[in-house]
Design a protein around this ligand. Sequence first.
Ligand code: MV4
Length: 447
Amino acid sequence: MFSRVLIANRGEIALRIIRACHELGVEAVVVHSEADRGAAYLESADGAICIGPAAAGKSYLNIPAIISAAEIADVDAIHPGYGFLAENAHFAEVCNECGITFIGPEPASMRQLGDKVAARNLAKKARVPCVPGSEGEIKDEAEAIKLANKIGYPIILKAAAGGGGRGMRVAHNDISLRKAFAAAKTEAEAAFKNGTLYLEKFILEPRHVEVQVMADKSGNAIHFYERDCTIQRRHQKLIEESPCPVLDEKTREELCKAALRLIKEAKYHNAATCEFLLDRDKNYYFIEVNTRIQVEHPVSELVTGQDLIKWQLKIASGQTLDLRQRDIRHSGCAMECRINAEDPARGFAPNPGRVQKFIVPGGPGVRVDTHMYQGAVISPYYDSMIAKLIVHQPTREETIATMKRALREFKIEPIKTTIPAHIKILSHSLFAKGTVDTSFIERHMGA
Ligand code: MV4
């Protein structure tokens, strides 16, 4: 195991990684920006190094500054958390070249899966169902129109370098496809410096279901079941849960095994999430792989009793995943509500400022992952997520009841948060039935 790890992240995930390090007897040094100077979570670390100004480009995305901090702190490894540099293959490469282990996959795996066209081809090779669509890149409008007429409208154009909903365009006929193609290409070139597009049939009213996977360097790969992340707003997940409330046992097992085939085909190591769309007939289609630990990983930790961050550290240090798939049992239901400092009355605009009151819920079945406290200042420079409220209970009904109770216990003032929105969603009969799709927020949560 490593002696000392540098955490190239901030906030709740930095604290989550510090805790995992300490449970493994590893020292944790954390980098921070000028805006995060004095933050409480830094006190839990064994060292804190300021790497630059508040703007992420000058601090949390500043590779030379982070590598310098790693050299000064004399760490063995760097954990990138999620966001920032977590899926930056160049950063992983620089770490490895400096003799510092990047806690995550090899740069080549990250590059391959970061290219959604390559990931799709890999999935097909592993006999993982993909959405009907193009074989590879769609070069021009004529090719797009030809294929769209073959598979049938509506279709969706996606950027090969995209993901998470950026650079996507839906088209319902030849005319809208021409416009969509030009717009998607321009957007992809501007956002990713890569205008490569591919085409898929547009799945109507899908659910978003993802499988948590972990693979070691000796060829062992294990899944930690699925998470349903259907409750989203503008591609921002709001609520995640496990199990997916509409999956039957047989489809669940098939889906999880498909994810494992893909990860093995990619010769992938460390934590990954395979994303799928689930249509109304319960068909699942692979869409993309995330090569990082995700925000919602605690949901899978609670239903399996495993510590995924500790597994990341163990695998990166060369240890084997000495677990058998049958040892990973799924128990009960877990759900996570993302508490964001946003004002629902202002279209969920970020709502930074000083937290005067911060009363955290607790009691049976409740986990709160946060770096916030009374008197803390929420910076306008970073993501607005300030806490994750995660509940685990035997049944979905009990989980929802505990979550509502915990949401009401959670007092954050005077900052506006997503807590009232969560109470509203959890009180909706469609959510209780579990028969929502990805348009739920837009359709049922208006004003
Ligand atoms: C799709 C789709 C329908 N058909 N692909 C959005 C995020 C990105 N990971 C993939 N996304 C979608 N891809 C096909 N072929 C619909 C979405 C989508 C969506 C997916 C999951 C959760 C919320 C969503 C909201 C809008 C669109």
